[in-house]
Ligand binder design. Structure first.
Ligand code: SAM
Ligand code: DTB
Ligand code: SF4
Length: 330
């Protein structure tokens, strides 16, 4: 009887830093997305392991220091005054209130504290008040991050002098998708603020959202835009759209979870040294998909029971997940 022969197919060599192009074409990133799933994960893990301990995950806790009533009309955001989502607008939080939350985050194991404000752009007096918050949080020994919208002259420098480590400002989508998701500002406005942050010597946290009805080419376009920044961001949050009733994006077809994992893998391969953060939308992903995201190179999460206004896995659930996976806080 004739024996079936097993053909051994060797995987294509993983993308190493030397082999990686200087500039990523969207088509090259689409080619990564098109790889067989396990091949893509193998390449992403190889890059990840060459640059990080794969058991480590960095923990950032978010606090909304000024919620709702925002003048921008971002189609995904529950905090825009243009959408009827039931989110109440609040005043900027005081130092004492913020310190209570920051101490709790630190006690739970977070190493970075990220403060978000629903502003189009901060006024000078807002910068003064947020600077006091940054100095107070920095004084606890936590890394600091803020996300306050578009910055003007001297504002990034003022935040830096207060002790700011990271500024979060996402490009959110591929350039050719941007006008569909927000009409009150331009993609170039985002790039302008990112240049100001970089110019002031503050580390850049910049990523985007997937699951907004974009094409795969546009997901590749988002990653290309991030990877081609010189230098690319130190921190790259990949958000899975949290669909909030009352926002124009509520009801969008939900992205296939494997496509989300592929996006994480593409970010890891194209930005080998960055912290890729598994960001909004973790609650809906479930443990198995999150584990795949860690395998694909995610090595940071938002850690805490709440994002800005929507939910996030409980701290106890995250601690249990990390333990089950044999992972630990970086
Ligand atoms: N107002 C500032 C700005 O837009 O840069 C800072 C706060 S804003 C809420 C920060 C980021 O949160 C957005 O750029 C977007 O990536 C993310 N975000 C907002 N709503 C989201 C949602 N429903 N699902 C996923 N990510 C969301
Ligand atoms: C980021 O990329 N994601 C965070 C943080 N940066 C500021 C915000 C997620 C917001 C999710 C919806 C909400 O709770 O408002
Ligand atoms: Fe405002 Fe930021 Fe929400 Fe856009 S994403 S509506 S700028 S808070």
């Amino acid at each position: 009887m004739q024996q079936a022969t097993i053909q051994i197919v060797r995987p294509a060599s993983p993308v190493t830093e030397l082999a990686a192009p200087q500039r990523w074409e969207v088509a090259q990133i689409e080619a990564l997305f098109a790889l067989p799933f396990h091949e893509l994960l193998y390449q992403a893990q190889t890059v990840h392991r060459a640059n990080f301990d794969p058991a480590e995950v960095q923990l950032s806790t978010l606090l909304s220091i000024k919620t709702g009533g925002c003048a921008e009309n971002c189609g995904y955001c529950p905090q825009s005054a243009a959408h009827d989502t039931g989110v109440e607008a609040t005043a900027l939080m005081k130092v004492d209130e913020v310190l209570v939350a920051a101490r709790a985050a630190q006690a739970a194991g977070a190493t970075r504290f990220c403060m978000g404000a629903a502003w189009r752009s901060p006024k000078e007096r807002d910068i003064e008040k947020v600077s006091a918050l940054i100095s107070a949080v920095k004084g606890l020994g936590l890394e600091t991050c803020v996300t306050l919208g578009m910055l003007g002259d001297g504002q990034a420098e003022a935040l830096r002098d207060a002790g700011l480590d990271y500024y979060n400002h996402n490009i959110d989508s591929a350039p050719d998708k941007y006008a569909d998701i927000v009409q009150t500002r331009q993609f170039e406005d985002r790039l302008d603020t990112l240049e100001r942050v970089r110019g002031a010597g503050v580390k850049v946290c910049c990523g985007g959202i997937v699951g907004m009805g974009e094409t795969r080419t546009q997901r590749a376009g988002l990653i290309a835009e991030l990877a081609n920044m010189e230098p690319y961001p130190e921190s790259v949050p990949i958000n899975h759209l949290v669909q909030v009733e009352g926002t124009p994006m509520h009801g969008t077809e939900v992205l296939d979870p494997f496509e989300f994992v592929r996006t994480i893998a593409a970010a890891r391969i194209t930005m080998p040294h960055t912290r890729v953060r598994l960001s909004a939308g973790r609650q809906a992903l479930g443990e198995a998909v999150q584990a795949l995201c860690f395998m694909a190179g995610a090595n940071s999460i938002f850690y805490g029971d709440k994002l800005l206004v929507t939910g996030n896995p409980d701290v106890t659930a995250d601690q249990a997940l990390l333990q089950k996976l044999g992972m630990r806080a970086a």
